[in-house]
Design a protein around this ligand. Structure first.
Ligand code: ZN
Length: 483
């Protein structure tokens, strides 16, 4: 079978006119200034170009646009809130691609507390879905730093993770059904609400995490959960990640599935946050080598989990795993603790250049993994400052390596490839993944042939070829072009 995907063509003026005709001139942006916000990646890592930015207002319009794009072999780059971290949502520099923004598709179509489901348009901002769930006394548990601006279509496209994965799973686990516009414009209505459905291949899971390369998600049925009645949030100082792993095991054993957050960061991370963040302070009196932010939440009467957390911490302290801890006395204080964790990435830029990784390993390997990455990076560049933090509860660590004090920022960032080699070697040794929750996009695309088995890659190209034979859907993302 021919698995080659053909290359898209630059759109002609006539094609642009036809596309604009579908959405109306107001929503077909051609002016440089109007297009600009859709072409720049938010950290200024990628600057793309596009012949046009289209902002359809209905699924029917998306369908018509794709039918034209497929017929004319015009490349389409779908985009949600433009918060992605691997460049999947940004067009390449050629200027021949069209950005398709889903942001006008932002309705909650249905919410059903009895079924514990919510049906939404792809352009709904994540926070608006959380709020809608809250209004019917339910929880939508996807929780990520960009929730105020990212859109659920993008979350689905990248299979976003975040801080609640250890309890509720990642986006893939939260989707019951999807509506997808295929490359040729046909609309697949897979908006089912079933918890069980074993009728053949699970098509929705092909599109989740495909980063817009197999189809354009326009709607989704998502799972809701009971809203937690009780919550305990603790900021904990400990000697090492190995102690954190012991604490995690103890907390899960004592509370069942009520550990809903378990984030780790080193002292360097807290120093960065306190030095460069606004109104941040160390919740503990003395410095500690490592910190864990632990959240317990679930049903039951308010205050019960605070008692449970205290018992766990006392037992852990007895065992020497925990040095000190602060239990949040209010919602506001719990929010302060979470902010310490949430601003790590953005405050880190004040320390100069950082080379960043989003990797996962089996949870039990996290302590050894952290040690070995630090050692490998310091061997490569003595004086570099590893800041390894993140979602210890699910084995996803953001291994960010900050430049040595006083070093030249660009010279350090130019060594990204060398750091890739040493960090990915450690990841491979632990049988981990080089992209845990951010996706592949263009940032990690050229690694795919090195990290996937040839047969896995072959199956991916087969799917791409079958679902997008003209290669119009987000070309050059996820899979390297053939030839
Ligand atoms: Zn993360």
């Amino acid at each position: 079978m021919d698995q080659k995907v053909t290359k898209p063509q630059p759109p002609t003026e006539a094609t642009l006119q036809r596309l604009a005709g579908v959405v109306g001139a107001r929503y077909a942006l051609r002016d440089d200034e109007d297009k600009q916000p859709y072409l720049v990646e938010w950290r200024d890592k990628y600057f793309g170009a596009a012949a046009m930015v289209l902002r359809p207002g209905s699924v029917e319009e998306v369908s018509q646009l794709l039918a034209i794009a497929n017929e004319t072999h015009t490349a389409i780059v779908p985009q949600g809130g433009n918060t992605g971290l691997v460049g999947a949502q940004i067009p390449f520099e050629s200027g021949h691609e069209i950005v398709l923004s889903l942001s006008r598709l932002n309705r909650v179509r249905d919410i059903d507390a009895a079924d514990n489901t919510i049906t939404v348009d792809a352009g709904c901002v994540l926070q608006s879905i959380q709020d809608a769930a809250d209004r019917v006394d339910r929880l939508f548990p996807l929780r990520i730093g960009s929730e105020g601006s990212c859109q659920i279509g993008g979350n689905i496209g990248t299979n976003a993770g975040g801080t609640a994965v250890l309890a509720y799973g990642n986006t893939r686990d939260l989707v019951l059904g999807l509506e997808v516009v295929l490359a040729d414009g046909r609309v697949w209505n897979g908006l089912r609400r079933l918890r069980k459905d074993n009728t053949g291949y699970d098509l929705k899971n092909l599109f989740i995490g495909s980063e817009g390369t197999l189809g354009i998600v326009t709607g989704a049925v998502l799972k809701l959960f009971p809203r937690p009645r009780d919550k305990a949030t603790v900021f904990i100082g400990l000697p090492s990640p190995a102690n954190a792993l012991e604490l995690l095991g103890l907390a899960q054993e004592r509370t069942g599935r009520r550990v809903t957050g378990f984030e780790i960061m080193p002292r360097f991370g807290l120093e960065v946050v306190i030095t460069h963040g606004q109104n941040m302070r160390d919740p503990l009196a003395e410095p500690h080598p490592w910190y864990v932010l632990m959240e317990l939440s679930g049903g039951g009467s308010p205050g019960t989990l605070n008692d449970t957390a205290s018992d766990i911490l006392a037992e852990a302290a007895e065992a020497g795993w925990v040095s000190d801890a602060a239990l949040a006395a209010s919602e506001a204080q719990a929010g302060d603790f979470w902010r310490l964790r949430e601003v790590v990435s953005e405050t880190q830029k004040h320390e100069g250049g950082s080379i960043k990784f989003d990797v996962s390993v089996p949870v039990s390997s996290v302590p050894d993994f952290i040690d070995e990455v630090s050692a490998a990076c310091k061997a490569l560049e003595p004086g570099c400052r590893p800041l390894q933090f993140g979602h210890m509860g699910d084995g996803n660590i953001h291994s960010n390596i900050t430049q040595p004090v006083g070093a030249d920022k660009q010279a350090f960032l130019d060594r990204w490839g060398d750091f890739n080699d040493v960090v990915h070697e450690v990841v491979a040794r632990f049988q981990g993944s080089i992209s845990a929750e951010h996706g592949v996009g263009r940032l990690k695309r050229d690694w795919m042939p090195r990290i996937k088995q040839p047969l896995e890659l072959e199956m991916m190209y087969m799917l791409k070829h079958q679902l997008d034979p003209n290669g119009i859907l987000n070309p050059g993302k996820v899979l390297p072009p053939q030839n």
